[in-house]
Design a protein around this ligand. Structure first.
Ligand SMILES: CC(C)(COP(=O)(O)OP(=O)(O)OC[C@H]1O[C@@H](n2cnc3c(N)ncnc32)[C@H](O)[C@@H]1OP(=O)(O)O)[C@@H](O)C(=O)NCCC(=O)NCCS
Length: 391
């Protein structure tokens, strides 16, 4: 460690790229370098230097917190997340409050940069001190070879960066109604990740379906990190994973709301229903009213197919900051406004996440005040990340 112990908090610069990458590789000694397995969070690209907050101790890069912009597609709206990743303190510098200092600075930046929410995949207790809470439900399915015997094999190829296929992967992914809205440059990094192979079902050079696989915990079980294209053509890809790659089980994570992937994996799994999980995710609400507005279309869809009638309104208030937003419904039309309602629900920021993004309807974990029962129809609010694109 350097002798001069001056502490400095700064963004990444050219001068510190080496130290930054050395830190990540010290903290996560992976089979391949960190930047090959997590290129989208660690590419030292000058345009993205402000995504990386460093804490330097006498010039030595001792800690890092990444703030990665992720645009989530939610029923035609874009929910802007300043997602947190690459949280790391060098093993010789731990326990001195470095992560805490950087996270507090990151929270200030999340507000300055006007994000709606901040998502992260991490420990509930660790990030709970800074306002994140488990939120955002996903469904999980396990499928096995017995469901795939009847499907004929297709021409199947492992993607290795070919431009002709990358263009088609980008097209297929961007046509999805949920998941992250991504640039082609980001797609190139994600589909090029080591230890996450993307398999293509082809007809000549046409990509009919694709599936990105990763392993976690066991060599016998793979995880579908992302998939797309025709579901019929996905079946030979899954069969390939069992027969040629030797996996015995495949885990797939899909959105909890009705969608074609959920139906597909449900029909190919044992048991008739899946359980919902938080998908390793924690959420922090950065701007309550902006966040609720991004879900207005989703709330209206839920209202439309429900028994909701009459007039209801409730103002949600964040304890501490006093930030508020009102949800109003008239018949089956839902709006988010700044008009204060008579009925108020005041919650701290973690309980607000539990109200908006729980696993099941809010009244299952909290007592909704009289007049606010209509929130059971509108919440949980649903968004989804493919595991491939998390940071
Ligand atoms: C996790 C890690 C970044 C912590 O770095 P650090 O600089 O030592 O953290 P701090 O000194 O700020 O905090 C020390 C502890 O106090 C805890 N803490 C912070 N605020 C607190 C509070 N208000 N009350 C009680 N505890 C608090 C922190 O959660 C941390 O404990 P944890 O590591 O069990 O979560 C570091 O241990 C590391 O790099 N680990 C390996 C990589 C990793 O797991 N990264 C996180 C991926 S999700």
């Amino acid at each position: 460690m350097a002798e001069d112990k001056k502490i400095e908090i700064c963004f990444l610069t050219n001068k510190d790229v080496k130290g930054f990458l050395a830190l990540l590789n010290n903290v996560w000694p992976l089979q391949h370098t960190f930047q090959k397995q997590w290129p989208h969070t660690s590419m030292p690209d000058q345009k993205k230097f402000k995504e990386h907050l460093l804490l330097k101790e006498g010039g030595f890069v001792a800690a890092h917190v990444g703030i990665y912009p992720q645009d989530m597609k939610v029923n035609g709206s874009i929910l802007k997340s300043g997602s947190i990743g690459g949280v790391a303190t060098h093993e010789k510098a731990r326990g001195k409050g470095y992560m805490s200092v950087l996270l507090k600075r990151a929270v200030e930046l999340l507000h300055e940069r006007k994000y709606d929410v901040s998502w992260l995949g991490g420990d509930r207790k660790r990030y709970g001190y800074f306002g994140w809470e488990c939120g955002g439900r996903v469904s999980k399915f396990i499928t096995a070879p017995r469901y795939f015997s009847e499907y004929k094999p297709r021409a199947i190829k492992k993607f290795s960066g070919e431009r002709v296929y990358l263009n088609q992967l980008t097209k297929l992914h961007s046509a999805e109604e949920f998941g992250q809205k991504r640039s082609r440059a980001l797609d190139k990094l994600l589909y090029g990740r080591l230890k996450r192979d993307t398999w293509l079902a082809l007809e000549r050079d046409k990509v009919l379906a694709y599936m990105t696989l990763g392993t976690k915990h066991s060599d016998e079980q793979a995880r579908v990190l992302e998939c797309g294209g025709s579901l019929e053509e996905l079946k030979p890809l899954i069969k390939h994973a069992f027969e040629k790659l030797g996996f015995k089980r495949l885990e797939a994570v899909t959105p909890s709301f009705p969608n074609r992937y959920k139906e597909f994996f449900n029909s190919l799994s044992w048991g008739d229903k899946s359980d919902d999980f938080y998908g390793d995710g924690c959420v922090k609400i950065i701007n309550l009213s902006q966040t609720l507005k991004k879900f207005v279309k989703q709330m209206n869809l839920k209202a439309k197919s429900s028994v909701l009638s009459g007039r209801h309104s409730v103002t949600l208030v964040m304890e501490g900051t006093g930030e508020s937003a009102t949800i109003e419904s008239a018949g089956k039309i839902v709006r988010v406004t700044a008009n204060p309602a008579k009925l108020k629900i005041v919650l701290n920021e973690q309980d607000m996440v539990k109200l908006l993004f729980p696993l099941s309807k809010p009244s299952e974990w909290m007592k909704l005040p009289a007049g606010a029962e209509f929130l059971d129809i509108l919440f949980p609010l649903d968004f989804f990340f493919w595991p491939l694109e998390t940071v």
